[in-house]
Every structure is written in C-alpha cells, then in structure tokens.
Design a protein around this ligand. Structure first.
Ligand SMILES: [Zn+2]
Length: 443
C-alpha cells in the first residue's frame, strides 16, 4: 500500500505547474493541459495503481527462487512466479514476498509447466479390461504425484461410451482429463465388438468431438486385426474434418509400419514409437539404423510419442533412435495397471530415462509440457505465460545410483532422476512431497 501512495503523490506532483511565465499563458497552458492530458492521465494512473494494488493484494501463492523453465516463452532462468485466482499473474526475477499471502521457497528446484501425459487409459471401473475397467487407472491416483496436471486418454472410449466416461471420471477428477475419441464405438475393449466396422461412424465421431470441444482433442485408431484400411481411413477422415490429430496406437498387425506412416498427415501422432514386438516393425533396423522412411515421416511432421506401456519402450530402439535424431515429441506413458508396475513406473521415470540417455533438462521439459500441448492444439496449456492457467510442476533432480528398466527387462544405469516436489493445478497445491508448503510442527 505504501508504495502505491507514493506513486499517487509523485504523479500529482508531476502535474503541478513549475514554469512561472506570464499568467495568461500559464492559464491557457493549464487549461489545455488539463483538458488534453491531465484527465486521461489521472484516469490512466488510477487504473494502473488500482491494478497494481489488486495484483499485490491478490497474489495467493508465490513460488520463489526456482529455476523456471518455460519453453514457450524461451525462459530458463532463476525467476519467481506469482499465482492468483488460478492463473499465473506475474513472472519476474524478484517478486517481494511481502506481496503474497503464501510463499513457497523453491530454490534449487525446477519450476516447469504442469506435465502433460499424452497416452493414458483412465476410464477406470470394476470391469475386466480398460473400458470402465480395472486395467485403467483413476487420474488423480497417479498424475499429481508425478507432476502431471493434464492426462490424455488414448481412445479408451468411442462415441457410444464417452458420455459415461465423462460423467464418471472426467467431470470428477482434479487432474485435467482430455481424450482422443476412438473410431470404434465402444472404444478400447478386449472383445471383438470393437472391430465392427459398421459401428465406426465418422459422423457420430465428429459430432461427439464437436460437442465436447474442451475435452476431446483428436481421434484414435488402435487394435484392428483385419487387412482392410477402412477403420484407419474412417478415423483419419474424422480427424481431418475436425482439423485435429489422428492418434495411431499399435495393435494393427496387418498394417505395415511404412503404410501406417504413409497414411498419416503432418500433426498426426504415432505412439509406442520405440516398441520391439511382433505385431509391428521396429523403427530401427537390424543394423541399428533408423529406417529412412521413419525419419522422412518425422521430417514431414508426423509426431512420435513414447507410449511406453508394458511393451512399447525398448532401449535397443530408443537409444540408437535418440543418437540418430529420432527424438520423441512427447512422453506418453501408456498408463495402465500393468505398465505402472513394470519398467515404465511413472512419467517422471520415463523422462529420467531420457535424462540419463543424454537429453538436456530443458529439452525434456519441453517435450513433457509445451510440445505436448502444441501437438493436441491446446496452446493454452503447457506454458507459464502471464494469464495462463496455473498448472505447474516443481521438480527436483535427485542424485544417486539408479537403474532404469525397459519393456524387455533390459536396464541402463543412471545417476539422476526427476521427482515431483510440488504440483499445482489451477492455482491449488495438489501434491507436496516434502511439505514445502506445510506449516512447521516445531514452533
Ligand atoms: Zn494405450
């Protein structure tokens, strides 16, 4: 408040005449000045002071002293970040602690946009399998503790099952849940019904996505055992009509990798990029070289998601691919009951694999947040711009002796890994590993 009063006084002082010329000239000058400048200036100053006062009073949470990495805005520096009313209101080198209701010291930690997990299955329920099932996971059970503020469901539902998914899971989760809609009416189930082409309805898929523009980010094709390209083409057509990405999951054993990539447009996403399983050709050939048509697809804009899962990430693919320039665009985990309890573990563990393979911290944060947001055309997410929603991950890098395991039970050793210290969703702290924001018990 004190500083604001000073501003007002200084401003009024500036308006006082200091030139003692002829009275008439002065009167004319003052009249003119008042009319043209003074009134609008005072109004402007009042607005500036009011907004400054409001900003100062309304900082609800100040993250102070962290290494702020915001790839969208090309920031990698020690910066404070202020939050009010669920949004980022200020990012600056030094925001006084006195202006905030709550200050959390995050020095020595990384302040990142909230992480976006590109590939999850979160239509959790009590049935067998993924659809309203026990293989899917509740978003709030795994996301906040991994610094994730947004998960994207990989087509666990289609136009018929999406409403139930929305009411049971999406609307009730603290974690933001977005989704690709499967071209199969029932989504990703374990039975053959999902392969019924008659129910792969472009119009109904398009309508469902259009009716849920804040949630549905694209169309997914996955699991089809037949040879016909109709399912793929219908999914692709729906995505094209919507101007949204097509998300291609594997489990398409009769389609060659080359043909899949040929059918994909720039901006479409292929997941399980580094898998080594019988149902799909690998991206790296027997001589350890990334296949030229794979590199060509990436060059023309096809996006590669890790999609780790239980069988989708092998070091004998990922390491040579990384060395030869085939970097993932996003770190989707293919989160489900099996993957989270095997080599995948968490999205932070997947990011840590890349950290120990040689990817830089800013490049990892970029793929975990901003690049992921861009690939689903949600550029309101994955960044720390002033005015954006305050979805934030505060991460530490823990040093030690660690082992990282792939889907084939092969291991690399590492000495660093990411940990989520604090997760903020819409301005609210939803995860605090070491009680950074808690009150001290000892008085
Ligand atoms: Zn999946």
């Amino acid at each position: 408040m004190g500083c604001c009063k000073v501003i007002i006084l200084e401003s009024i002082d500036e308006l006082k005449p200091i030139n003692h010329n002829a009275m008439q000239k002065m009167l004319n000058y003052r009249k003119l000045f008042s009319l043209i400048f003074a009134v609008p200036l005072l109004i402007g100053l009042t607005l500036v002071v009011s907004s400054f006062q409001a900003g100062a009073q309304e900082i609800e949470l100040l993250l102070k002293g962290g290494r702020l990495i915001d790839p969208k805005n090309k920031i990698d520096a020690k910066m404070d970040l202020a939050i009010a009313a669920g949004k980022v209101v200020r990012v600056a080198a030094d925001i006084p602690a006195s202006q905030a209701k709550k200050v959390v010291d995050v020095s020595g930690l990384i302040v990142s946009p909230g992480l976006i997990n590109m590939h999850t299955h979160v239509y959790a329920g009590s049935n067998v399998g993924f659809t309203d099932g026990t293989s899917s996971q509740l978003p709030d059970a795994f996301a906040p503790r991994a610094g994730i503020t947004t998960v994207i469901d990989a087509g666990t539902t289609g136009w018929r099952t999406f409403p139930d998914f929305k009411s049971k899971i999406i609307d009730k989760s603290v974690t933001r849940v977005l989704a690709f809609l499967s071209i199969a009416a029932g989504g990703y189930s374990v039975d053959k019904a999902q392969e019924n082409i008659e129910e792969m309805n472009v119009q109904k898929t398009v309508e469902t996505v259009k009716n849920n523009p804040d949630i549905l980010v694209g169309v997914r094709i996955g699991r089809y055992d037949g040879k016909e390209w109709t399912p793929f083409e219908r999914a692709s057509e729906a995505a094209k009509i919507l101007n949204k990405p097509l998300f291609v999951e594997c489990h398409l054993p009769e389609y060659s990798l080359e043909d899949q990539l040929k059918h994909m447009r720039a901006g479409d996403i292929i997941t399980h990029a580094f898998e080594n399983v019988s149902e799909r050709m690998t991206v790296v050939d027997e001589q350890g070289k990334v296949r030229p048509f794979v590199l060509a697809a990436q060059k023309r804009g096809v996006l590669f998601d890790v999609g780790h899962g239980g069988g989708g990430f092998w070091f004998n693919q990922a390491v040579p691919a990384f060395k030869q320039g085939l970097w993932p665009n996003s770190f989707g985990t293919d989160e489900h009951r099996t993957s989270m309890n095997s080599g995948m573990k968490t999205m932070l563990n997947v990011m840590s694999k890349y950290l120990n393979m040689g990817m830089s911290i800013p490049d990892i944060i970029d793929r975990g947040s901003w690049k992921a947001a861009q690939s689903i055309k949600r550029e309101d997410l994955g960044n720390l711009s002033v005015g954006s929603v305050a979805d934030i991950a505060v991460l530490s890098i823990v040093k030690g002796k660690f082992g990282f395991v792939d889907s084939g039970n092969n291991k690399i050793d590492g000495d660093r890994k990411f940990e989520a210290e604090l997760t903020v969703r819409g301005g609210r702290i939803i995860w605090d590993l070491n009680g950074l924001s808690a009150n001290s018990y000892m008085k």
